[in-house]
Design a binder for this molecule. Structure first.
Ligand SMILES: Nc1ncnc2c1ncn2[C@@H]1O[C@H](COP(=O)(O)OP(=O)(O)O)[C@@H](O)[C@H]1O
Ligand SMILES: O=C(O)[C@H](O)[C@@H](O)[C@H](O)[C@H](O)COP(=O)(O)O
Length: 171
């Protein structure tokens, strides 16, 4: 399949389905799923576990690492598919900095649906009390290049089909 992006980031607030969609998309396009949460330093995870939202400083080193992981993956001939909140425009610019043409799939979800999903996910460090802070930080990627916005409540298979169609169209 012809793919018109070197790599993808599946983005949005906690619970929007980033990890699920990134895995499904990677499986379909022959990409490599990368779980961005695995690259948070332990201090960040501890903060979130304690119900404290991350700030720009907390996220800075994490985003730089992820920018490197994306670029390294592309250099190695892979199509990285990264699950990463990437909530603010300047965070996305950090990720783009080393991978020109990077694509973003924005999974759009209401606050209510995010609460519902995060509250029902067993064994995860992210408490639903942090959902409001995720929406406060979110700068939806409107008018940015290389973005597909998808309704995150649609079935995963439909989301994957939309992404495939989008990727096979010209830039
Ligand atoms: N398209 C979808 N429709 C319904 N439920 C979904 C969908 N995508 C993910 N979920 C569910 O929502 C919850 C959060 O998904 P997850 O992939 O962990 O999101 P994130 O990585 O953005 O936090 C999980 O319980 C998952 O099974
Ligand atoms: O930038 C952030 O505040 C975090 O990356 C956050 O957005 C992310 O959602 C958490 O790491 C929880 O992980 P889940 O997205 O899997 O809930």
């Amino acid at each position: 399949m012809e793919i018109n992006r070197p790599a993808l980031v599946v983005m949005g607030v906690s619970g929007c389905g980033k990890s699920s969609a990134a895995a499904a998309i990677a499986g379909t396009i022959g990409g490599r799923m990368i779980e961005g949460d695995s690259y948070h330093p332990p201090e960040n995870v501890e903060k979130m576990r304690n119900g404290i939202p991350l700030n720009d400083e907390d996220r800075a080193g994490w985003l730089e690492r992820l920018a490197g992981v994306l670029a390294d993956g592309v250099a190695a001939g892979e199509i990285p598919v990264l699950a990463c909140s990437a909530l603010k425009a300047r965070y996305r610019d950090v990720l783009r900095s080393r991978t020109p043409g990077l694509g973003f799939v924005f999974l759009e979800l209401t606050r209510e649906a995010a609460f519902e999903r995060v509250g029902h996910r067993p064994g995860h460090y992210m408490p639903s009390s942090l959902v409001d802070s995720q929406f406060a930080a979110l700068e939806p990627p409107v008018e940015e290049d290389g973005v597909l916005t998808v309704d995150a409540t649609r079935p995963l298979a439909d989301i994957v089909t939309d992404v495939r169609d989008w990727l096979s169209r010209g830039i």
